[in-house]
Design a protein around this ligand. Structure first.
Ligand SMILES: *[C@@H]1O[C@H](CO)[C@@H](O)[C@H](O)[C@H]1NC(C)=O
Ligand SMILES: *[C@@H]1O[C@H](CO)[C@@H](O)[C@H](O)[C@H]1NC(C)=O
Ligand SMILES: *[C@@H]1O[C@H](CO)[C@@H](O)[C@H](O)[C@H]1NC(C)=O
Ligand SMILES: *[C@@H]1O[C@H](CO)[C@@H](O)[C@H](O)[C@H]1NC(C)=O
Ligand SMILES: *[C@@H]1O[C@H](CO)[C@@H](O)[C@H](O)[C@H]1NC(C)=O
Ligand SMILES: *[C@@H]1O[C@H](CO)[C@@H](O)[C@H](O)[C@H]1NC(C)=O
Ligand SMILES: *[C@@H]1O[C@H](CO)[C@@H](O)[C@H](O)[C@H]1NC(C)=O
Ligand SMILES: *[C@@H]1O[C@H](CO)[C@@H](O)[C@H](O)[C@H]1NC(C)=O
Ligand SMILES: *[C@@H]1O[C@H](CO)[C@@H](O)[C@H](O)[C@H]1NC(C)=O
Length: 828
């Protein structure tokens, strides 16, 4: 457990949170702990809040009364501020307002619940207040209560009564002495007869709503309850999809709002030309959050309007957000979101803030890092990686991370953290000695006080030892870097408790022997480095979970690798041709005797196939993601037998050893989602191999056939795989015609056709590929006319022709149906 005291205004806040075991308390915090417990003792007396029942505001620690006190206070301030935002601060909300009005006024007399969803600071409360003001007179009675403001059911009920019976003193005074049951009866009886509108602002948990909903009589008079929330699970309580999700303001709207706030009306809210560059940067840092724009804009209004001053503010915006009292409420908005996070998500969340601004996290990478850090707790039968993915989803649902991209079959793929959220989290990291991130400035000495160090864009080498090296648990370097990281030997000597060492992209050539002494190491990342050989001592890293040598120069692993029995993810692959057009573009590694001992492997990319290693493949039953290189036709039987045992396998890539080796895998893999086959396929394989049959719960979403050299048209057979969302052919087919018939590939989003030299005609019937979003046609050298039926592909967003013939180009220019929708490059 680690405790830290924050001074916010004149309040002392004690944040307590648990970090996963395996952490030691840094010394400097021990004394703080003592202070913290003193503070707690004092506040216990002051606070009657701690024993109130029906608490809906989740607290970090039940014993910690001062916290609930703080939460209530902050929430009250915020609710007040948000509700009283000026009408003029509502920019770009017309569509949303109309939608809400429509749901409130609608003809249907059924009672319904409406939810407004979005991260803190998007203006949910302001919008709700605005609509409430306009619409409430159309209801016979109405009430606005802020849930976060109070945290007991009784308090909420009393607030509702206060609003409902504003004008009826006799009722009000009679309720003062009522118990909770009678209060509920009073409200219920009153609402029963009326068309009512109740706003529940800032609902954090669905229990809160459930508890209250008993009062909301379904009286068929067109009554409405509207709630605002940051949590997608709460919003899901809305009736029949009446969820309005607020988005950040687009750039132009954000700029308008900013100018309105920052520049006085006598200058017509115009930004002076010379201030524009820094103003625009400041606005972009607010990332479309209205509350942030309004607050920062208002702060700037009273500052001196000189270029220097504004540049300074821009440079120090992070500092201002943490330290400037005028920005208290932005900080509080974000801080509350953090406080409300369940303990198990707090470390995961803080971790993300150590990465650079606008960093795009990849799901799998983040999952592996969190797992290695020990943030993930076991849940039932699930693997830690699966649990980590749940954590990730939860952070997205709570709007603490933003989803950037999904893959073709809708799995979350990339994430980012909102800049302002990150600023706040960085501050919390520092205060908790959780970690530090350094950018750009790593010459000379490094001041360190934390267990995790993330270095961005390392330009100069760090030569000198720095303070507290022995405390380091995690070192991560990111971004293009020329430094060969001469610090590494020193780290191996000094930071003996290292858990995560992620040095991808650095031109490191040699790994010191001392690496084997990092007995605690759970993650070693040397992706894209120049390392040719690992020292023998890595066999001592018995806690290693991830070893990432992808795109390094390694082609042979030390034989002791098979002693790393906990290893879950092994990446080792060399790249020769980054375009992937050559047959010999990649190679895997040989794993010597004993592959069968690595029974925890979930990822193996890529294994160079050999008799010996293949014989033990079937033992690896945890396998999720497997790439096999250098496969000869005669191995296919052995491989098929092994794959049968991998019942979780979701990704499989197989590469033939030679253009003329025939791949034939006769195996049914129900869990397989993504299949890549690179090599000649036997004629008829698509009809015979169970891999391509839509039976046995087969759930193939993505299929790439490369170098298959099929003579018969593959589409009729493949069209049975009706769940495909991505299909790629490259040198897959030697014939002249490809035809997509109506109803085929209804889920397909991406179609990629490349290097099909004989295909001269591609026909698309109306109703084929009805969901297609992206179509790529690359180097189809015989194609001279626009594929007939292309105009039927209505949802198409990207239509790209690369390396096309002049004839096709001419034909495209004349085709009015797809005019202006396509991009192209010509053949050399
Ligand atoms: C909120 O605003 C109302 C009216 O402006 C005021 O009476 C109340 O004290 C304020 N509450 C807080 C917590 O600031
Ligand atoms: C107050 O409410 C009571 C009970 O609903 C009602 O009988 C009474 O007429 C109300 N008084 C006023 C002043 O509206
Ligand atoms: C806030 O101010 C203090 C004191 O000047 C400083 O140490 C701290 O780094 C500032 N916070 C941020 C986030 O810049
Ligand atoms: C690390 O320790 C070894 C053996 O103690 C020593 O030879 C080497 O010079 C040290 N390296 C650094 C960079 O301190
Ligand atoms: C692999 O496991 C076998 C049988 O469990 C054992 O005999 C062998 O020593 C192990 N090999 C290594 C390298 O650990
Ligand atoms: C397939 O395997 C062969 C033999 O290992 C290798 O040379 C070639 O680069 C691989 N091809 C691809 C496309 O990876
Ligand atoms: C498509 O997916 C659904 C749902 O997972 C499954 O029930 C069905 O069998 C799949 N169909 C085919 C043809 O794979
Ligand atoms: C193209 O078609 C011709 C004639 O059918 C055939 O001989 C040739 O192998 C095909 N080319 C390719 C690259 O498949
Ligand atoms: C494009 O296709 C032709 C065959 O039609 C082939 O010769 C050429 O290498 C391909 N281009 C690339 C870049 O692979």
């Amino acid at each position: 457990m680690s405790t830290c005291i924050l001074l916010v205004g004149n309040k002392i806040l004690v944040v307590v949170f648990f970090l996963k075991k395996g952490f030691k308390k840094p010394r400097s915090l021990l004394s703080l702990n003592r202070v913290a417990s003193k503070v707690k003792e004092i506040e216990k007396d002051l606070s009657h809040l701690s024993d109130t029942k029906n608490r809906w505001v989740p607290t970090i620690n039940n014993r910690d009364a001062s916290n609930s006190n703080y939460i209530v206070k902050r929430s009250q301030d915020l609710a007040n501020i948000s509700r009283s935002l000026d009408e003029e601060d509502l920019v770009g909300v017309d569509k949303n307002r109309e939608k809400l009005e429509e749901w409130l006024e609608g003809d249907d007399l059924d009672y319904s619940v409406i939810a407004l969803l979005g991260m803190g600071g998007l203006g949910k409360t302001a919008l709700a207040a605005n609509v409430y003001k306009k619409e409430r007179e159309k209801f016979q009675c109405h009430a606005w209560v802020s849930i976060s403001q109070t945290y007991s059911r009784e308090d909420v009920m009393r607030n509702i009564i206060k609003e409902l019976f504003k004008d009826n003193v006799s009722v009000l005074s009679s309720t003062l002495s009522m118990d909770i049951m009678s209060l509920e009866e009073t409200v219920k009886k009153y609402l029963e007869q009326r068309k009512y509108l109740i706003i529940l602002d800032d609902v954090w948990t669905y229990e809160a709503f459930y508890d209250l909903s008993r009062m909301f009589v379904h009286n068929d008079k067109g009554s409405r309850v509207m709630l605002t929330t940051r949590d997608a699970h709460v919003a899901a309580l809305a009736s029949g999809g009446r969820i309005l999700t607020l988005e950040a303001l687009p750039e132009d709207k954000a700029w308008d709002l900013f100018c309105k706030k920052a520049f006085p009306s006598d200058t017509n809210h115009q930004c002076p030309t010379e201030m524009k560059p820094s103003s625009m940067e400041i606005v972009s840092k607010c990332k479309g959050l209205p509350l942030a724009i309004v607050s920062v804009g208002s702060m700037l209004r009273v500052r001196e309007k000189t270029v220097e001053e504004w540049r300074r503010i821009n440079d120090q915006l992070g500092w201002e957000i943490i330290n400037n009292s005028r920005l208290d409420h932005i900080r509080n908005v974000l801080h509350l979101s953090f406080i409300y996070l369940p303990t198990y998500l707090k470390s995961c969340f803080l971790y993300c803030s150590l990465f650079p601004e606008d960093y795009h996290f990849k799901r799998k990478q983040l999952v592996r890092l969190w797992t290695a850090e020990g943030f993930i707790e076991e849940r039932g039968e699930s693997t830690l990686e699966e649990v980590a993915e749940c954590y990730l989803k939860e952070l997205v649902d709570r709007n603490m991370l933003q989803l950037v991209e999904r893959n073709s079959f809708d799995r979350m793929k990339k994430f980012r953290m909102h800049d302002l959220v990150r600023e706040l989290a960085i501050d919390l990291c520092k205060k908790n000695c959780f970690g530090v991130s350094y950018e750009d400035q790593c010459g000379g000495s490094l001041e360190m006080d934390g267990r995790r160090l993330v270095l961005h864009k390392l330009k100069k080498d760090i030569q000198q030892p720095f303070s507290n090296m022995h405390q380091l648990r995690t070192v991560i370097t990111l971004g293009d870097s020329k430094s060969s990281f001469t610090l590494l030997p020193l780290l191996c000597n000094e930071s003996r408790y290292l858990t995560v060492l992620e040095l991808s992209g650095l031109p490191i050539e040699k790994i010191p022997d001392a690496i084997g002494d990092l007995f605690n190491l759970r993650y070693l990342g040397l992706r894209d480095s120049k390392v040719k050989k690992l020292p023998k001592s890595v066999e001592k890293l018995s806690n290693l979970l991830t070893l990432d040598l992808f795109e390094s120069d390694i082609h042979e692993l030390p034989s002791g690798i098979v002693k790393l029995k906990k290893l879950r993810h092994l990446f080792a692959e060399r790249v020769f041709d980054r375009t992937g057009r050559d047959f010999k573009c990649l190679s895997g590694v040989h794993i010597p005797n004993g592959l069968g001992n690595l029974t925890n492997l979930q990822t193996l990319q890529s294994l160079a196939a050999q008799d010996e290693s293949l014989r033990h493949l079937g033992v690896l039953r945890q396998m999720r993601s497997l790439r096999l290189w250098n496969v000869k036709g005669i191995y296919c039987g052995l491989i098929s037998e092994s794959l049968v045992h991998m019942r979780y396998l979701s990704y499989l890539e197989v590469n033939a050893s030679d253009e003329n080796e025939v791949l034939l895998l006769n195996v049914c893999l129900p869990s397989l989602q993504n299949l890549v086959l690179r090599g000649r396929l036997a004629e008829g394989a698509l009809d015979e191999s169970p891999l391509f049959q839509a039976v046995g719960g087969q759930n193939l979403y993505a299929l790439s056939l490369l170098w298959s050299q099929l003579r018969e048209e593959p589409l009729p057979s493949l069209s049975r795989l009706s769940n495909l969302t991505r299909l790629e052919f490259s040198k897959a087919y030697n014939g002249e015609q490809l035809t997509f018939l109506a109803g085929w590939f209804p889920m397909l989003k991406i179609l990629f056709l490349r290097d099909l030299p004989n295909v001269s005609r591609l026909e698309i019937a109306e109703g084929a590929m009805a969901s297609l979003e992206k179509l790529f046609l690359v180097n189809l050298s015989s194609m001279t006319e626009v594929p007939p039926g292309i105009e039927f592909l209505l949802p198409l967003q990207y239509l790209t022709f690369r390396e096309i013939t002049n004839d096709l180009f001419t034909s495209l220019c004349q085709c009015s149906a797809i005019q202006g929708k396509w991009r192209y490059t010509l053949r050399d």
